[in-house]
Each structure stands twice: as C-alpha cells, then as structure tokens.
Design a binder for this molecule. Structure first.
Ligand code: PGA
Length: 249
C-alpha cells in the first residue's frame, strides 16, 4: 500500500518567524492521520521546521544545487539539507523550469544529489496548455520524466515521488478533472513499470498538483492512481491544509 502524501509547496511565502508560529499551530491541531503531511518551505524556514516539526511532519526544500560543494555563490547543497533533517525536496518545479531555465538534465543531476544523501526527490513534470490543446500531453510528460530520471539511481521505490503538475493548472484556479489526472497518473505508473518493473512502479507515489483546494481535493484523491497532492496556495492557510489532510482519509 502506498502511504498517501499531502505536500505543501509554500513557494516564496511567509517569513521564518511567521512559519514558526504556523508550524506550532499545525502541531497543536494535527489530527491522527494515515496520510503523511509534508511541507516544502523556503531554505530560511528549515531550521525552524527542524526544531518544531521533528518526526511528526516531514519537511524539505523546494530546490537544491546540482553541485556537491564548492564556490557556487548562493547555492544550497543536498548535504546541508540532509543535515537539517529534510525528508523530501522538490526538483524540476515548472516555475524553476520556466523562470530559471532548468533543463531535464539539470533536474536529473539535482535528483541524484538528493538521493546521494538520502533525501527523496519530489520530481515535477507536466505539460503546458498548448501541448494539452493538441493532445500531446502524455508524450510530453513521459518524455520529461524519462529525461529527468536519466542517470539517476533509485535505491528503492520509496526514494521517488513524482508530481504531475499540468502547467496550465498551477495557480490558475483551473484543475485537471479527476479523469484526466487519473489517465496521466496511470500512464506515468505504466512508464515506471516498463523502466523499473511493475512491483517497483506499484509502490512509487504519484501526486497531482495544480489548484488543489479542499473543495476539489476529495474527487481528485479518490482516483486510484492519485496518491496525494502537491499543493501551493491552499497549503498556506492552516485550516485548508488540515482539510486537505482529512480529504485523504
Ligand atoms: P497551486 O500550486 O496549488 O497554487 O496551483 C501548485 C504547485 O505549484 O505546486
């Protein structure tokens, strides 16, 4: 059985002090849940996450350097993240791909750096609107996945989370229908099965992301191959985040 995951992607929101207050409030209200809560926060918030969330809520960063160490001004290494107890870290988010020109090859290197220190990459893939409109979304997304995993060595299926985030659904209020999400997730699992074997693919968690809200989460999370969500906007409000967790029950 795949343990379902609600991963909040805070992007560039809240200050570290605001985050600390939020983390404390989350721990007070966190219901006993079978789903796994996780928060992907700005680098500056991670020491507070390490102090407060500890074993109860997983946390991690939204990006990592492709280099291990050295003269790379402004970069943060995987080893630094591991030292702060990060369990997950996002790689290949579409905002990094489009605003920072990140290629699939770079994303693969970043994923590999994380795996070398035991952090699970949450690997984002997904097609832009123009590709969906001409029906090329499966081919596009599976190609992105293949190239973003080229040369990456995965010790086990627990060491990979794939997030399908159609670019046209991110922050737009438009979501994929549960049927469209399921079709893509099934295709991703099928591809993973061909590449790593079926038993392996069955255990990899595949999250949907793009304008998930408490109101639409129930239907999306009921799709059999949707193992949870990567949630931006709705993960910033505590009540919404708690409702998303209970939508996975
Ligand atoms: P959104 O963001 O939920 O605000 O659409 C999702 C994401 O970018 O991970």
């Amino acid at each position: 059985m795949r343990r379902r995951l609600v991963a909040g992607n805070w992007k560039m929101h809240k200050t570290p002090s605001e985050a600390l207050v939020w983390f404390q409030a989350l721990l007070e209200k966190l219901p006993p849940t079978g789903a796994e809560p996780a928060l992907l926060v700005p680098f500056t918030h991670l020491p507070y996450a390490a102090q407060t969330l500890k074993q109860r809520v997983a946390y991690g960063a939204q990006d990592v350097s492709a280099h291990t160490e050295g003269a790379y001004t402004g970069e943060v290494s995987a080893r630094m993240l591991a030292d702060l107890g990060c369990r997950y870290t996002i790689v290949g988010h579409s905002e990094r791909r489009s605003y920072h020109g990140e290629t699939d090859a770079l994303v693969a290197e970043k994923a590999q750096r994380l795996l070398e220190v035991g952090i699970v990459p949450i690997l984002c893939v997904g097609e832009p609107l123009a590709v969906r409109q001409v029906g090329g979304h499966l081919e596009y997304t599976l190609g992105q996945l293949e190239r973003s995993l080229a040369g990456v060595s995965l010790p086990s299926p627990a060491h990979l989370v794939v997030a399908y985030e159609p670019v046209w659904a991110i922050g737009t209020g438009q979501t994929a229908t549960p049927e469209d999400a399921e079709a893509m997730h099934r295709a991703i699992r099928g591809w993973l099965g061909e590449r790593y074997g079926e038993a392996f693919a069955e255990e990899v968690r595949i999250l949907y992301g793009g304008s998930i809200k408490p109101e639409n989460a129930g239907a999306l999370f009921r799709a059999p191959n949707v193992d949870g969500g990567l949630v931006g906007g709705a993960s910033l409000m505590l009540e919404d985040y708690l409702r998303l967790l209970s939508a996975l029950e």
